[in-house]
Design a protein. Structure first.
Lengths: 331, 418, 196
């Protein structure tokens, strides 16, 4: 007996749902979506960042009647979207430097304020390197001043644009080209890490959220919500990188889901420094399931593997699950 | 209105009269009084709907300026010294993007050793950043040049630095005719940007440019600088028509150079900035004694007015360039530009580095310089009022002891026990 | 050109004094230039400020090396820094003190100078009386106007009034006037002694 044909997947996290009613359609499913980051860009197959940015920008455009100015940090997104003389951006877009997306966006916001253009909104975006490392100070300044900017970090956990080097967001034990999987402590070190959503919350800004490309409806909703608010807002999106992570292009969504379902990447929202909503784990998975399919963690598995390190990573997941109360009834 | 006012305050009020949309700043001595005054003027509603943004670093100050300017806002910031160095990356970015930002550099030394006093190492380090650089000889021109700077920047879509000697000008209170807003409005039209982030007509700004067009983009930056050499004289004469005084101070010629008794001068002193005042006094003193001395000031250091400099200096017999910065390992910075202007003409050029880190350039030292130039006893490259003994003691210490300790602190100790 | 150097300590309004003097000179239709010694001094540290007054526009940008007048706002500086550096033999000197030159230990310095140019002004006391704080600057400026006649008292008063809010200005104006009168008396006594 053959599997019954399904035209749509209600309640799933799948992309599309184009056959749903208008009111239930995601921004990306609508025929009038803006395609802010349109086709023809040079991202790798299965690029989580390209997917995330497209959803973020279209949702922001939908929320503002198409009046968004985007500012971009140097990085993969900037490079693959604007190979001179082409550009994939169908909105006013500016790139200045690696570490200054936040203050450039601040400048745009203040210029608009001076001009009385309150209808136009500003979205800044950067990768994890541009956000948690080189652009960190300026971003903190933007938070502290509560500038009217939504800053989106597409976190693929390393400097992918320059060829996969460790960033302040690289997870423990991960192999990068500056944290080789050799020697006594292979891969990135077990430091406390730099938890930028938490740091953003500590600034008491109006809105902080984490999201993942495995749940695009949730991502769109968060962007929509963020755009309904004013002041400094921060969105941290996990975007797997097939090249840097050593994963199959078709497994980007799966990896993003495993990161959240294992508890390694908690999904939540916070307003004015207080968590208001946490996405419960649907079906908890051990971290092995997530790590095993990534070449950057290959040294942890197999005959020469290191179960102790895997255990330590599991402990991180368990700590997240406890801290953010990730288990329990889903709403 | 003519008033007895601090240089910084006059600059701030002039900026206010230019009606910027966004002013961003991070405090650094000796720029502080300018931005403090602008904050107050903004809050008092004296600058329309201007937004004053307190940022957390100079890197962000210039970045905010970039974002604001690209959104069509008339944008201003001010910095100095370490602050200018801290924003170097966006400084180059602003000129590369062709954004007409105006920035005051309240000239101050660069450490180490840390030093808050005046010299021009900071702006000199940015001479190749693609920004136009105008140097003020006094506070009247410091204030006025900002008006011209906005006009020039917006005309060319290129950023302009107005350099004024820190403390010596910024903190000096003297009579300054602060431009009336009505006149400024007459001179400085509304900003019409060449490029602007606008949802109605979306553009991408700041794309990666490969070998196929990078040279051309850079060439156009150079071309605009050369174009400025034509435009500055036009804007200067228009300034004089509107305001009744030259934008670049007394004895200035076309906004490019200052010429003081050059007509028959055998010895010409060349300088940038406020030291020109002292030099002019020295020239007068020597002239009284029948010595044919003249002075030339360079207002527009970038673009460098090669033709004007050549015309002004070609009849001199000896040229002494007084520089408030230098290039370690070779010598003069301004001097080498002067040499380029005079290529093919055989005139003796001496470089004297003076006034580093706030050391006063005295009338006496300048006068001695003229004498030594006349008698031919001035070395090709020298440091004015160098404490040779202090230097020699440290060199000796270096010879005698491997672990001779931190240099600057050694010198201070020697000074203290002298 | 008349050149003034003012010595005091951070917090005593040394820079303000030079600036007020320049404003007074400007009011008197003269050219003037005031500037500080450009330090990063904190409260209590020795501070120097300068002022030039001239009938011609001033272009010179060096510190005042040979002052025509030296104003000393804090006599405790006398033996810690060389406040008399470059002093002209016939230059003016005004010290904020209630002590005698002998008590201050500068008898030798004043000995060979014209008496009417060595002047004592109890500026802190006068300030305490009118301003409620020992801010000697305004009083010394009143004294300076009296001693040198390089600026008018009216202009000193106008400069103070322009600079400060009415209440603070009033106290400082009163201090400047009292010091002006004090020095005029002092000068009378000096000339009286001289003629007798």
């Amino acid at each position: 007996m053959s599997t019954p044909l399904k035209f749509y997947q209600v309640g799933s996290f799948a992309v599309g749902n184009r056959l749903l009613g208008d009111e239930q359609l995601s921004v990306q499913s609508r025929s009038d979506r803006t395609n802010s980051l349109t086709s023809g860009h040079r991202a790798c197959q299965g690029c989580g960042e390209a997917l995330g940015a497209r959803y973020v920008m279209d949702a922001a455009m939908a929320a503002t009647d198409g009046k968004v100015i985007a500012v971009n940090a140097t990085g993969c997104l900037e490079v693959f979207s604007t190979p001179y003389p082409e550009t994939s951006w169908r909105l006013p877009w500016m790139h200045s430097l690696f570490g200054n997306a936040a203050p450039v966006a601040t400048g745009v916001a203040f210029a608009l304020k001076a001009q009385g253009r309150s209808d136009i909104r500003v979205v800044a975006q950067g990768g994890d390197g541009g956000t948690v490392d080189i652009g960190f100070g300026p971003l903190s300044g933007m938070f502290e001043r509560n500038d009217d900017v939504l800053y989106v970090c597409y976190d693929n956990e390393a400097y992918m644009n320059t060829g996969v080097q460790r960033s302040g967001a690289t997870p423990p034990a991960a192999r990068t080209n500056t944290t080789h999987a050799v020697g006594e402590n292979p891969g990135a070190s077990f430091t406390q890490g730099k938890n930028l959503p938490k740091i953003a919350m500590a600034h008491g800004i109006p809105y902080v959220a984490t999201a993942s490309v495995s749940d695009l409806h949730d991502l769109e909703e968060k962007v929509t919500k963020a755009m309904s608010m004013h002041g400094a807002r921060y969105l941290h999106v996990l975007v797997p990188c097939p090249l840097g992570w050593g994963t199959k292009s078709e497994e980007t969504i799966k990896l993003a889901r495993l990161a959240t379902e294992s508890g390694l990447f908690p999904i939540y929202e916070a307003e004015n420094g207080v968590i208001t909503e946490t996405k419960k784990i649907r079906k908890q998975v051990p971290v092995d399931e997530y790590l095993q399919i990534q070449k950057r963690f290959a040294h942890l598995f197999g005959p020469k593997g290191n179960p102790e390190i895997v255990k330590a990573i599991q402990a991180i997941a368990d700590r997240n699950i406890a801290e953010y109360e990730l288990l329990g009834e889903r709403q | 209105m003519l008033q007895q006012i601090e240089g910084s305050k006059a600059v701030a009020e002039t900026i206010a009269a230019c009606m910027p949309d966004v002013v961003c700043a991070y405090p650094i001595s000796p720029q502080t009084h300018i931005v403090e005054a602008l904050d107050e003027l903004t809050r008092l509603g004296k600058i329309g709907n201007c937004q004053f943004v307190n940022v957390e670093s100079e890197f962000s100050a210039m970045s905010v300026a970039i974002g604001a300017s690209a959104t069509g806002a008339r944008t201003y910031t001010a910095t100095a010294s370490q602050g200018l160095l801290f924003m170097v990356e966006p400084v180059y970015n602003a000129s590369g993007l062709g954004l007409p930002i105006v920035m005051t550099v309240a000239n101050r030394a660069i450490g180490s050793p840390i030093n808050i006093w005046n010299d021009q190492s900071d702006s000199m380090s940015q001479r190749d950043s693609g920004w136009i650089q105008l140097y003020a000889q006094d506070n009247q021109s410091a204030a006025d040049l900002h008006i011209l700077a906005f006009r020039l920047a917006e005309e060319l879509s290129l950023p302009v630095m107005v350099c004024m000697d820190g403390f010596i000008l910024t903190h000096a209170m003297e009579e300054i005719d602060v431009a009336e807003k009505e006149l400024v409005t007459k001179y400085l039209p509304k900003f019409t940007p060449r490029q602007v982030l606008d949802p109605v007509d979306p553009v991408s700004i700041g794309a990666m440019v490969g070998p196929e067009a990078f040279t051309e983009v850079k060439y156009l930056g150079h071309f605009k600088q050369l174009k400025a050499l034509e435009i500055i004289p036009e804007l200067s004469s228009e300034f004089e028509e509107v305001f009744g005084r030259p934008a670049a101070g007394p004895d200035n010629y076309k906004g490019l150079v200052t010429k003081y008794h050059l007509e028959d001068a055998e010895v010409v002193l060349v300088a940038l900035g406020s030291v020109l005042g002292t030099i002019k006094d020295a020239v007068d003193n020597h002239r009284k004694n029948g010595v044919k001395v003249g002075a030339m000031g360079i207002t527009s250091f970038r673009p460098f007015p090669l033709d004007e400099v050549r015309k002004s200096l070609k009849h001199a017999q000896k040229i002494v360039v007084v520089e408030r910065a230098f290039a370690p390992g070779i010598g003069g910075i301004v001097s080498s530009n002067i040499r380029t202007a005079l290529s093919g003409i055989d005139i003796k050029i001496n470089t004297v580095v003076a006034g580093l880190g706030g050391r006063p350039i005295t009338l006496k030292s300048i006068s001695e310089l003229v004498d030594r130039a006349l008698y031919g006893t001035l070395p090709d490259f020298s440091f004015m009022d160098l404490d040779v003994e202090l230097v020699e003691r440290e060199l000796e210490r270096n010879l005698l002891t491997r672990r001779s300790g931190p240099m600057a602190e050694n010198l201070l100790k020697d000074l203290g026990t002298r | 050109m008349f050149q003034i150097r003012i010595h005091g300590r951070g917090g005593q309004g040394v820079v303000t004094a030079a600036e007020l003097l320049s404003v007074a000179a400007f009011q008197d239709k003269q050219h003037a230039q005031a500037f500080p010694s450009f330090g990063s001094e904190r409260t209590g540290a020795p501070v120097v400020s300068f002022c030039r007054i001239s009938v011609d526009p001033i272009r010179l940008r060096e510190p005042v090396l040979e002052p025509d007048a030296i104003l000393i706002q804090d006599p405790t500086l006398l033996h810690s820094i060389d406040v008399f550096a470059g002093a002209k033999s016939d230059g003016y000197m005004l010290i904020n003190t209630t002590k005698s030159f002998a008590d201050l230990g500068i008898e030798e310095f004043v000995a060979n100078r014209p008496k009417e140019r060595n002047l004592i002004v109890p500026a802190s006391d006068i300030a305490m009386k009118h301003v409620g704080r020992p801010m000697p600057n305004a009083a010394l400026l009143g004294g300076f106007a009296a001693a040198t006649q390089k600026v008018t008292l009216e202009s000193v008063v106008a400069a103070i009034e322009e600079r400060f809010p009415a209440k603070i200005a009033a106290g400082n104006v009163a201090a400047a006037i009292e010091a002006y009168e004090f020095v005029m008396e002092e000068l009378k006594e000096v000339s009286h002694v001289a003629t007798n």
